[in-house]
Design a protein around this ligand. Sequence first.
Ligand SMILES: *[C@@H]1O[C@H](CO)[C@@H](O)[C@H](O)[C@H]1NC(C)=O
Ligand SMILES: *[C@@H]1O[C@H](CO)[C@@H](O)[C@H](O)[C@H]1NC(C)=O
Ligand SMILES: *[C@@H]1O[C@H](CO)[C@@H](O)[C@H](O)[C@H]1NC(C)=O
Ligand SMILES: *[C@@H]1O[C@H](CO)[C@@H](O)[C@H](O)[C@H]1NC(C)=O
Ligand SMILES: *[C@@H]1O[C@H](CO)[C@@H](O)[C@H](O)[C@H]1NC(C)=O
Ligand SMILES: *[C@@H]1O[C@H](CO)[C@@H](O)[C@H](O)[C@H]1NC(C)=O
Ligand SMILES: *[C@@H]1O[C@H](CO)[C@@H](O)[C@H](O)[C@H]1NC(C)=O
Ligand SMILES: *[C@@H]1O[C@H](CO)[C@@H](O)[C@H](O)[C@H]1NC(C)=O
Ligand SMILES: *[C@@H]1O[C@H](CO)[C@@H](O)[C@H](O)[C@H]1NC(C)=O
Ligand SMILES: *[C@@H]1O[C@H](CO)[C@@H](O)[C@H](O)[C@H]1NC(C)=O
Ligand SMILES: *[C@@H]1O[C@H](CO)[C@@H](O)[C@H](O)[C@H]1NC(C)=O
Length: 869
Amino acid sequence: MKHYGIQILWLVAAQIIVSSFAVQAERYIPSPPVYPAPMGGMIDGEWNDAYTKARAFVANLTLLEKVNITSGTGWQMGPCVGNTGSIPRLGFPSLCLQDSPTGIRYTDLNTVFPAGLATGATFNKDLMYLRAKAMAQENKAKGINVLLGPCMGPIGRAPEGGRNWEAFGSDPYLQGVAAYQSVIGIQEEGVIATSKHFIANEQEHFRQHQEWVAQGFTNLSEPYSSNVDERALREIYAWPFADAIRAGTASVMCSYNQVNQSQACQNSYLMNGILKDELGFQGFVMSDWNGQRSGVASVLAGLDMSMPGDGLGWADGIPYLGSNLTIAVLNGSVPIWRLDDMATRVMAAYFKVGQDPKTYPVPNFSSFTLATHGPIYPGTTESPSGKVNYHVNARGDLSREIVRAVAQESIVLVKNTKNALPLSGITKLGLFGSAAGPSPLGPNGCPERGCANGTIGIGWGSGTSNFPYIMSAVEAMGIEAINRGMTFEYVLDDYDLTTAETLAATIDTAIVFISADSGEGFMVVEGNHGDRNDLYAFHSGDDLVAAVAAQNENTIVVIESVGAIDMESWIENGNVTAVLYAITGGQDVGFAINDVLFGNISPSGKLPFTIAKHRKDYPVDVMYKVEQPVPQLNFTEEIFIDYRHFDKYKIKPRYEFGYGLSYTTFNISTISVTTATGAATDEAPALPPPYSAVVITNETLPHAKSAVYPADIPRYPKYVYPYITKSTAHSIKYDRSSYPYPKGYSEEQPTLPSIVGGGSGGNPALWEVLAVVEVTVANTGSVLGAEVVQLYIAYPEVKGVEFPVKTLRGFEKVSVAPGQSATVSLNLLRRDLSYYDVARRNWLLPRGRYTVLIGNSSRNITEAGSFSF
Ligand SMILES: *[C@@H]1O[C@H](CO)[C@@H](O)[C@H](O)[C@H]1NC(C)=O
Ligand SMILES: *[C@@H]1O[C@H](CO)[C@@H](O)[C@H](O)[C@H]1NC(C)=O
Ligand SMILES: *[C@@H]1O[C@H](CO)[C@@H](O)[C@H](O)[C@H]1NC(C)=O
Ligand SMILES: *[C@@H]1O[C@H](CO)[C@@H](O)[C@H](O)[C@H]1NC(C)=O
Ligand SMILES: *[C@@H]1O[C@H](CO)[C@@H](O)[C@H](O)[C@H]1NC(C)=O
Ligand SMILES: *[C@@H]1O[C@H](CO)[C@@H](O)[C@H](O)[C@H]1NC(C)=O
Ligand SMILES: *[C@@H]1O[C@H](CO)[C@@H](O)[C@H](O)[C@H]1NC(C)=O
Ligand SMILES: *[C@@H]1O[C@H](CO)[C@@H](O)[C@H](O)[C@H]1NC(C)=O
Ligand SMILES: *[C@@H]1O[C@H](CO)[C@@H](O)[C@H](O)[C@H]1NC(C)=O
Ligand SMILES: *[C@@H]1O[C@H](CO)[C@@H](O)[C@H](O)[C@H]1NC(C)=O
Ligand SMILES: *[C@@H]1O[C@H](CO)[C@@H](O)[C@H](O)[C@H]1NC(C)=O
């Protein structure tokens, strides 16, 4: 999602037509059509109550009221970044949809949590869950109905990807576990979770049309198309969405990009086919902000809600839904059952999480000003004014504890030699680099956190929120160092190497802070258009490390980064004794760095991505140039992203996925592998149950006159209403034969789900436990610490199918006291042991011998076992 209008040249650009597209389309395999949109409520189970209530509610609504539920009121037409129409007759409020996955955007008295990538680095399921719960409590306190998170895409296919830090790391299994825990945590608090971005939204460059034309890429005619093969689509990109749906995610956001030449928000194969049929999704699909590219076609392809309600431009007031949906139903192009299904899915989501207009708080803030009073609808010139900010303190005890715990456990120690860490026995300490200190502009000095000044707590863009404070290392460490009797000096200028060298030569220990930042594609920071231009530290960080290390034999490097960086120029320098990674740790990042450096806690984070020795070692790079009007991102690496690629081509990384050191030592031993008795282990899973019958309400349509603007409402310019004008009402003809329905269009609801579908997240048989692995973890060192037991599978051979050398399929973090040990038990599901067979369009369990690999990183495998089917 983005926010403000980079002044839009889209009209002009739209004329740079699409002529070459028809030619290209033949060369690529387009997404096949899948119709109709499966109706919600056909899967018997945990959504039943919600659907009973939703159907009764929607049965009582007028056409205009149904349209209101599905349509945003337009950009800046209400307190939140997205606001739906309301139903005053029933006292049903406008729903408030608000960013972000790291904390509440655009308000005050909120917490900025460690971002998704930091959360992934904890490999701690409890923290994933508690972080989401704390975040949801804050959202509810502010009156937010729909939290726009968690983010589980981008998955991190390219290390430079601008928004990788919003999601949980470069492995679908890790993303899936984190997504599952997050959805449970959010929705238990009564807030609707939004799983995003669906799907294959792996780079910022060219994700949208007008945004990138405005940045000078005038040859662009449409957003890039991610061309993803069927297996990678399911095993990598849709995998975490399956977990989110299994957890009951009540909404999903479709993304800006195209997939196989069709807009993600208009792609029937993705929304009707994969999401609603194969993955059994029962909630509603909303567009990313202005990511919708058509009205009727999107609705038929499975889109349920338009956000923020305008069409192509910010606050342009020209909606694809709203009044246009009213017209499309009245003229017969959109069948009334589809509108009923859209409204019912939204209401089912609302009831699923237990919201109730009588008890749920209403928004008490404005996204568009921090002042107490201001315009209520800033998007229109005729807005009334009033009290818009009540300054409710949303931060509770859980937030306070969790924000620090996640930051601490997300820190990854990658190098520690000569007992450099934890710091002890030193008297003269010095810190170097701007990332050690506060930004001269303050915590929120740059809009949308769009600069890399001072401590990096999160990246930039819509996935941000206002910092209540941000704790820098200089602030956090100063007090502790002084209390420990040390001298404490620093040089925060990244470029004043002379002063840095002078200090470095006179102290025991030098800690150099370097950083790298990225964010959403609507902003350019230090020349980076969202995606990073390269993998080097910002502000010539390598030079600063070299300068300090040349003068000081105990140089420690702290990296505050949104992802992997190239550290080759100094990592083998013997004077660089220790290196730690602080990955977008949120407002408490400085506390967490302090706690690890001084040994108040033992580090336990693990890299959620691979750090390569050379950029070219990665399987893919961002596409930075427009070589065709519709850039084609061919996902030719297929399922071989991140460590799977390094394993396949036997490339030695600098630090591998899953790697991270501790201040203590662990021994993982006594593996036991048992296959579950009584579980079906046939190659194909049992068929899913059939759909339950749907009631298609063929209501008589009201007369078009009933949809005309009532005399007594204020008609704010550009506000998106469901109403039509008198003259439009006169001209509407009900005619089901003239609309050019897409090829393959049908209105016959399926009675059987896809063979991979039939349950929330897919075929219920995929969640059967087929094997259990147990290991013992002993703390053989001298301090309390936590270890992440990682389970990788090596699959049996299948003719014509290539498997990764190993695939992450389980992990658990355990905290163990010195001299103690703990037992870890990991379940392997049918899903974990299957691959997606493209020819048979099913998940199959290969025949033969599976090897279970256990270790504390993807390359430190110390125990192995096996079983066969
Ligand atoms: C239908 O609307 C009426 C008010 O017009 C209300 O009294 C009734 O409870 C509603 N029924 C349902 C199922 O929401
Ligand atoms: C639709 O929503 C708008 C905005 O909340 C509201 O003013 C209007 O009354 C609603 N219309 C109907 C028919 O409920
Ligand atoms: C646009 O395409 C034309 C023709 O291929 C090329 O000459 C020009 O350099 C391109 N412009 C940009 C900004 O990429
Ligand atoms: C998308 O395109 C890729 C590459 O051309 C192809 O392998 C795949 O089958 C296509 N996917 C769909 C859903 O058509
Ligand atoms: C419907 O959509 C079209 C195309 O975006 C737009 O030109 C028109 O103004 C819209 N109609 C209404 C009534 O909003
Ligand atoms: C019905 O109305 C919609 C919305 O304005 C429009 O997109 C569609 O083309 C219309 N159908 C026909 C057959 O004109
Ligand atoms: C702050 O950040 C901006 C953009 O990232 C950069 O141009 C500027 O030099 C920075 N200022 C300081 C004082 O670091
Ligand atoms: C390590 O530091 C010492 C000074 O303490 C210096 O003489 C030496 O050149 C440094 N080594 C490197 C590789 O920078
Ligand atoms: C993507 O794949 C198509 C079809 O195989 C090919 O023609 C095209 O050159 C590829 N594009 C890029 C940028 O690799
Ligand atoms: C690899 O794992 C073993 C056993 O857990 C452990 O003793 C060893 O320190 C680990 N190596 C690294 C580099 O973490
Ligand atoms: C509703 O049913 C009538 C009679 O069967 C049929 O003529 C009409 O097309 C149907 N309307 C819709 C919107 O499906």
